[in-house]
Design a protein around this ligand. Structure first.
Ligand SMILES: C[S@@+](CC[C@H](N)C(=O)[O-])C[C@H]1O[C@@H](n2cnc3c(N)ncnc32)[C@H](O)[C@@H]1O
Length: 197
């Protein structure tokens, strides 16, 4: 059964008018690494309901661009420099057309999560597939020097995928933000400085 844990970050997000508690995970990473800079172009995969977009809007400023994609509609109204699209990142024609029209990006974010079954191995495998596809999109959409940040559930695929990321980026970090629930197996791989092809 799906349920919402109403913890400290949930209430903080409500009070501060953010769309989801997830914002505090990106906020922590942004504070430490400054990955989203003024004027940047950001592609946000799995962006609904839109709290990461809320943070990115402030970080890029009006000269930047944010493209947010999700299976679900993103209902919030954002400023003009935000484009929100409903679609599946596994739909190649859909993603290719975004890349053709809007790339190159400075940053590709993915907070995508599969619908979970409660079976850890199966959920980790689904999360790994989303991560792998996010990496593929990042490699096609980023500028050299670009940044990739993506969520993955820890499981047997994790080390192989981390090794794959390391082949393409100068620096990688594995991050478990404070706002990520301790009992959750989610973790983020942050990859900095995409190598020139
Ligand atoms: C944890 S939520 C993202 C929260 C978001 N970062 C925010 O701050 O509001 C994960 C999202 O991934 C999306 N997602 C999962 N699989 C997807 C897919 N194949 N294509 C696009 N979005 C997907 C889900 O619909 C869900 O909205």
């Amino acid at each position: 059964m799906a349920f919402t844990v109403r913890d400290h970050y949930f209430h903080k997000a409500k009070k501060e008018h953010f769309l989801a508690r997830a914002i505090y995970k990106l906020e922590e990473i942004q504070k430490k690494y400054g990955i989203i800079r003024p004027g940047a172009k950001v592609l946000d995969l799995g962006a609904a309901p839109g709290s990461w977009i809320q943070l990115a809007v402030e970080a890029v400023g009006p000269s930047g661009l944010i493209v947010g994609i999700d299976l679900k509609p993103i209902e919030h109204t954002f400023p003009k420099h935000v484009i929100t699209l409903q679609g599946d990142i596994n739909d190649r024609d859909f993603v290719d057309s975004i890349i053709r029209e809007k790339a190159p990006f400075n940053v590709v974010l993915s907070d995508m999560a599969p619908s979970t079954s409660g079976v850890k191995v199966a959920d980790a495998a689904r999360s790994a597939l989303l991560f792998e596809r996010a990496l593929e999109i990042a490699l096609a959409a980023l500028k050299p020097g670009g940044t990739f940040l993506a969520k993955i559930f820890q499981g047997s695929e994790f080390h192989q995928l981390l090794a794959e990321v390391k082949k393409h980026f100068e620096k990688t970090r594995v991050v478990k933000p404070e706002a990520s629930r301790k009992q959750s197996r989610e973790i983020y791989i942050l990859a900095l400085n995409l190598k020139d092809k």
